[in-house]
Design a protein around this ligand. Structure first.
Ligand code: NAP
Length: 284
């Protein structure tokens, strides 16, 4: 007689979280790897994140992805056991228990780099414009710099937030002085090789108020937001002459793959999972 191990329990925690595609992604990765697991959506009360994750892990939960609005709270709760990526980003999207201690990492930057590279626009030696200075932008700035971009210019509707993010980078990586600059949206003057939209403006179906002529020949316009069709930012970029436009579905799959690798020690193949997800998103 063989005794099978109970399936390990994983999930994504946020508020709201009903829209999350993480269960389908992790279940597909698990099928690839021959791993049995459960992966659920957990909606925590906005003032009840710590209690909810405490209950999850004390009941034997193995790992959690964290989404809006809890990434910064997750960072605080895992303080002391943070990966370097999470420590630099000030935000955590991947939690797990090791020797009864909560650990945290941020895989958003890895997911973005993975997808930009898949699209043939690896950041090395490129001039990059990053639009937005919220949690998603914080998660990707250090990975972009580490990937060797020539220049990183951060612009935001509230210019002071872009300047504060730029200062945060320089405080942690003083060698970035001169390579990292910041300003308001009207200080985005091109041309840029890669323009990344890390604002939530696409939620309102309106692009950020950027000036025209942003794109160098063949440049990539990347929207972290994703939808069934081209986003407002993608349409704006196409009209402004971007060579390639893409949404953030590949980043979503890439960040999930990096979380999966942390939890299970297996690097999944993102290509078929992205294809399935894209088809599902396009269905009416
Ligand atoms: P956040 O922390 O709330 O930050 C929002 C950012 O958007 C701020 O910079 C804000 O500017 C700006 N913004 C909002 N509305 C705007 C508008 N109408 N025009 C110009 N700027 C506007 O949000 P976040 O967590 O950084 O998320 C940002 C986006 O990234 C969301 O769409 C999210 O879905 C996406 N995301 C995708 C992935 C992925 O895997 N694909 C991962 C993470 C995030 P102010 O500072 O001026 O308010």
């Amino acid at each position: 007689m063989t005794l099978s191990q109970p399936a390990k329990r994983y999930g994504v925690i946020g508020n709201p979280v009903a829209h999350s595609r993480s269960p389908a992604i992790h279940e597909a990765f698990a099928r690839q790897a021959g791993i049995t697991l459960t992966y659920e959506r957990i909606c925590a009360p906005r003032d009840g994140f710590a209690a909810t994750i405490g209950a999850f892990f004390s009941e034997g939960g193995a790992g959690l992805n964290v989404t809006v609005p809890f990434k910064e709270e997750a960072f605080r709760l895992a303080e002391g056991q943070l990966s370097q990526r999470a420590a630099m980003a000030g935000a955590v999207n991947t939690l797990w228990m090791e020797q009864d201690t909560l650990h945290g990492c941020n895989t958003d930057g890895v997911g973005l780099l993975h997808d930009i590279t898949r699209l043939g626009h690896a950041p090395k030696d490129r001039a990059i414009l990053l639009v937005g200075a919220g949690g998603a932008a914080r998660g990707v700035v250090f990975p972009l710099l580490e990937a060797g971009c020539a220049r990183l210019h951060i612009v935001n509707r509230t210019a002071e937030k872009a300047q504060a993010l730029s200062q945060h980078i320089i405080d942690h990586a003083p060698e970035s002085v001169g390579r990292v600059t910041a300003g308001g949206l009207d200080h985005a003057k091109g041309p840029w090789d890669i323009v990344i939209n890390a604002t939530s403006s696409s939620l309102t179906s309106a692009p950020p108020a950027l000036p025209g002529r942003l794109y160098a020949a063949g440049a990539l316009a990347y929207d972290m937001f994703y939808a069934s069709g081209p986003t407002a930012f993608m349409r704006q970029a196409q009209a402004d002459g971007a060579g390639t436009v893409a949404d953030g579905l590949g980043m979503l799959v890439g960040q999930a793959a990096a979380s999966f690798a942390i939890w299970h020690g297996v690097q999944p193949d993102t290509v078929p999972v992205l294809e399935t997800l894209r088809n599902a998103l396009s269905e009416p």
